[in-house]
Structure formats: C-alpha cells, structure tokens
Design a protein around this ligand. Structure first.
Ligand code: ADP
Ligand code: ZN
Length: 219
C-alpha cells in the first residue's frame, strides 16, 4: 500500500502519518526528516538542503527525487510506505508515478489535509518536536502540550523547535505550497485516489481523528 500525505505546512501530515504507521504497520518516510537529519550530521546533502529550507523554499526536484527513489529500494518499505511531504511538485509526482510503475506499483491513497491559514501559523509557531530521531513525536504547546514542559511523553528526550518554524519562513512556505504543491490536489483527484480531510480546532477535528477515520476506512 502506497500512501501519500499532501497538505500545506502545519496541517498535520507528520502527525497523521505517524499514527497511521503505528496502526497500519507501514513505514512513514518524511523527506523533511531526511533533510533535517542530514543537516544535523553536516553532510554535503545537508548543506545544500539547508540553504533552501532555511529560506522556506523547496529543495530542488532532482535532489529530492533521487533521495526518494533510493529510499524506495529499501527492504522495510517493500510492502508499503507512507510518503510524508513527497511529492511536493508536479515534476516529483510524475517521477514517482514512473518509478512505481517500473515495479508494477501505484499510488493507492492520497490524504489531502487542509487547515484554515490563521490556524496554520499558530500551529507552526507553537510546534515542538522530540529531538530523538527514533521518536520525533510532534507536540503543540497549546493544542497538545507534553505532560512535563520541554520533555517528550513517549521517550523522555528534550523537545526542540524546528529552525524553519518561525513566522517569516512560514509565510514563504505557505506561498510555495500554493504555487508549487497545491496543483497536486487536482493531479491526484484525476487519478481518483484523493481523500480530503479538514484538520481544524474550529470543528474540533485534529490529526489523530483524521488518522482514526483513515485506519477504519482501510480495515
Ligand atoms: P512542513 O510540511 O511543515 O513544511 P517538512 O518536514 O515536510 O515540513 O518539510 C520541511 C522542509 O523540507 C520544506 O519546507 C522544504 O524546504 C523541504 N522539503 C521537504 N520535502 C520536500 C520535497 N518533497 N521537495 C522539496 N523540498 C522538500
Ligand atoms: Zn520522544
């Protein structure tokens, strides 16, 4: 089963993907996490990625596609994958379709998350993530705070704020989403595998609720 998480920054892609990974036993792969790990380790890829990410821009398609193409060859994703944050451009989506087709696979489900823009900014500014790369649980200081301030409930590691989670960068990330990524909604709608869900506190629906709906639907 190949699942794609689509949605503007801060809509809850990572949260929904993380819960689906647990419930469905399919590996979550986040291109953002791969870039952040490389930035932390100071690799060549990390240096290149950082120059784009810190400005709120997308990392170039050829680099990103190459990473995903390689990751798809790994044994732990041979029966399925939840792609969290990829594809983000039509070029990436077309490349993915081609890569999957070569091994007789296809995208099975595209989860498209939407959240009102005012809520997105509030969520991103209040987002904290577990610094343990094996855990990476996502918290929100207002909507979903940890039990002990600054500490992950699940593994006890310190929580950190992502460097790109600030108000200036968020605006260009949302802008880039509108220009480069939002056309994918129609791209996958045409393929007939789009699942739309609104994540918003105004309707009392959070990422975990959406994940439960999807898990039920797939069972
Ligand atoms: P968010 O959805 O909150 O923006 P991500 O962790 O998915 O967070 O992505 C962080 C950053 O990594 C993005 O702003 C972008 O610069 C880069 N990135 C992640 N995935 C891709 C992709 N598929 N193509 C290009 N850049 C990407
Ligand atoms: Zn943790």
């Amino acid at each position: 089963m190949i699942i794609i998480m689509l949605g503007a920054p801060g809509t809850g892609k990572g949260t929904v993907a993380g819960i689906l990974q647990e419930k469905l036993g399919i590996k979550q792969v986040s291109t953002g996490d791969i870039f952040r790990k490389n930035i932390q380790e100071g690799t060549k890829l990390g240096k290149i990625a950082d120059s784009y990410i810190s400005k709120g821009n997308l990392v170039p398609d050829d680099i990103t596609i190459g990473i995903v193409e390689n990751r798809l060859k790994d044994d732990d994703v041979k029966d399925g994958i939840i792609l969290d944050g990829f594809p983000r451009t039509v070029v990436q989506a077309e490349a993915l379709d081609k890569i999957l087709k070569e091994s007789g696979k296809k995208v099975d489900l595209v989860v498209n998350l939407t959240t009102p823009e005012e809520e997105i900014i509030e969520r991103i500014v209040n987002r904290r993530v577990c610094s343990n790369s094996e855990c990476k649980t996502i918290y929100n200081l207002q909507l979903n705070p940890p039990k002990v301030e600054g500490i992950c409930d699940k593994c006890g590691s310190p929580l950190v704020q992502r460097k790109d989670d600030n108000e200036e960068t968020v605006k260009s990330r949302i802008d880039n989403y509108m220009k480069q990524t939002s056309p994918l909604v129609e791209y996958y709608n045409k393929q007939g595998n789009l699942y739309n869900a609104v994540v918003s506190k105004s309707i009392n629906k959070m990422g975990k609720d959406v994940a439960e709906d999807i898990a039920k639907m797939l069972k």
